[in-house]
Design a protein around this ligand. Structure first.
Ligand code: IPM
Ligand code: MN
Length: 380
C-alpha cells in the first residue's frame, strides 16, 4: 500500500462499552460521554458506544440474593461481549439494598481478574482552584501517580472462615503475592516514571517490609532487581504508614508510587482527598496489552441520586484517561491528544465552579458537563 494511502486510511472507530451502574453512575457517565462527543468532533476520530446494564438494580430485579448465589451480577455472555471492545467506561457500583461484597466481587473484581487488569492507575493531581484540605499546598505541590497492583494480595479470595457465628470462629485471608505479579507491576511503574514529564524521576515502593517480611521481601527484591534496568530513575522506599504521613505533610515529595493491592486501595483514598475529593478523582483498571476499564473514584452516592447535584468532573477525568491510555495502547496519537484536550477542559472548568462538593458546585451536574464540553471545543 502506498504510504499516503496508509496514512489517510481511516482508523476503525473506537469502541467503548459503557456500564453506567448504580446511583449517580448514570448521571456522571452521561457527562463523560458529552465530553467524548465534543473531543471526537474536534480531534476528528470516530467512536461507538454500547451500554451494559450490570447494575445492582438489575441484579435485584432478577432475584439476586446473597443467601442464594446463582444470579450473576455480570453474565458470562456479557463478559464475552465486553471483550470485543477497546475500553470500558464504568459509572459506579453499589446499591444499599445489596449485601456488601456482592456487586464489588461480581462486577469490579470479576472484571479486574478476568480481564487481567493488573494495574490500578491513579493520577493524583490538584486542579486549579480546587480547595485542598492541606494548609499551604497548591496545584504545584500535588501532582503524582499511584500505580497499585490490582489482581493479587488479599484481593484474590484465598482463605476462608471456619465455624462462622460461633465462639470458635476462625477466619484467614491469604496475602497472595507472586514475583510475577509484583514484577510486572513494578516494571509498568518504572516505564511510566520514565515517560512522565516530571523532572523528579523517582519511583517510591510502598509496602510494610518491617512486618510483612515475606510478601514485602518479594516486592523489595523485585523492585531492586528490575530497578537495575532503570539507572535513570531514583529508587525510593516508604513504609505504608509513613507514606500516609508524608501525603499530608510533603505531598510534593512524590513522583510515582508503586504498591501492593490493599495498600494502594487505602492510600489512594487519602490521595483522593488531598486532590480535592471524590468529585474529582479518577482511576483506571489497566491491562497494558488488553482491555482496560476507567471509572470515577466516588461510589454510587445513593443520597444524591437523581438530584442533578453530583459532580461529574471525576467521570469526565476518567474519560480523559480512557482516551489517553487507549491511545497509548493502540499507538494512536489522535486519541492521546483528545485525552489531553479533555483534561485541559477540566482544568479550564474547575476554576469556574464554586466548589467540587455535591450540591455546592454553583451548577447542576449537566451544566458542569456542558461547561467542559464547551471548553473542549474552545480548545480546538
Ligand atoms: C476501589 C474500590 C474497590 C477496591 C472496592 C469497591 C472493591 O474501593 O476501586 O478502590 O477495594 O478495590
Ligand atoms: Mn478503594
Amino acid at each position: 500500500m502506498a504510504r499516503k494511502e496508509a496514512k489517510t486510511q481511516a482508523r476503525k472507530p473506537l469502541r467503548i462499552a459503557v456500564i453506567p451502574g448504580d446511583g449517580t453512575g448514570p448521571e456522571v457517565v452521561r457527562e463523560g460521554l458529552k465530553a467524548l462527543r465534543a473531543a471526537a468532533e474536534v480531534s476528528k476520530f470516530t467512536y461507538e458506544t454500547a451500554e451494559f446494564d450490570c447494575s445492582g438494580a438489575r441484579y435485584l430485579a432478577r432475584g439476586g440474593d446473597a443467601a442464594k448465589p446463582g444470579i450473576p451480577v455480570v453474565t458470562d455472555e456479557e463478559i464475552a461481549a465486553l471483550k470485543t471492545f477497546d475500553a470500558i467506561y464504568l459509572g459506579a457500583v453499589g446499591d444499599p439494598n445489596v449485601a456488601p461484597g456482592i456487586l464489588e466481587k461480581g462486577l469490579l473484581l470479576r472484571l479486574r481478574f478476568e480481564l487481567d487488569q493488573y494495574i490500578n492507575l491513579r493520577p493524583v493531581k490538584l486542579y486549579p482552584n480546587v480547595p485542598c484540605p492541606l494548609a499551604g499546598k497548591g496545584p504545584e505541590d500535588i501532582d503524582f501517580v499511584v500505580v497499585r497492583e490490582n489482581t493479587e494480595g488479599i484481593y484474590t479470595g484465598m482463605g476462608g472462615v471456619q465455624y462462622p457465628g460461633t465462639p470458635q470462629e476462625v477466619s484467614t485471608r491469604v496475602n497472595c503475592t507472586t514475583r510475577f505479579g509484583a514484577e510486572r507491576c513494578i516494571r509498568y511503574a518504572f516505564e511510566l516514571c520514565r515517560r512522565r514529564a516530571s523532572p523528579k524521576k523517582m519511583l517510591t515502593l510502598v509496602h510494610k517490609t518491617n512486618v510483612l517480611t515475606f510478601a514485602g521481601g518479594t516486592w523489595f527484591r523485585a523492585f531492586h532487581e528490575v530497578g537495575e534496568e532503570y539507572p535513570d530513575i531514583k529508587k525510593d522506599y516508604n513504609h505504608v504508614d509513613a507514606c500516609c504521613m508524608w501525603f499530608v505533610k510533603n505531598p510534593e515529595y512524590y513522583d510515582v508510587i508503586v504498591t501492593d493491592n490493599i495498600f494502594g486501595d487505602i492510600i489512594t483514598d487519602l490521595a483522593a482527598i488531598i486532590q480535592g475529593g471524590l468529585g474529582v478523582a479518577a482511576g483506571g483498571n489497566i491491562n497494558p496489552s488488553g482491555l482496560s476499564m476507567f471509572e470515577p473514584m466516588g461510589g454510587s452516592a445513593p443520597k444524591y441520586t437523581g438530584l442533578g447535584v453530583i459532580n461529574p468532573i471525576a467521570a469526565i477525568a476518567a474519560m480523559a484517561m480512557l482516551l489517553k491510555e487507549t491511545g497509548v495502547n493502540r499507538g494512536d496519537k489522535k486519541l492521546v491528544n483528545a485525552g489531553s484536550r479533555v483534561e485541559r477542559a477540566v482544568i479550564a472548568t474547575t476554576p469556574r465552579m464554586k466548589s467540587q462538593a455535591a450540591g455546592k458546585m454553583g451548577f447542576s451536574t449537566t451544566e458542569v458537563g456542558d461547561l467542559v464540553a464547551q471548553a473542549v471545543k474552545d480548545d480546538a
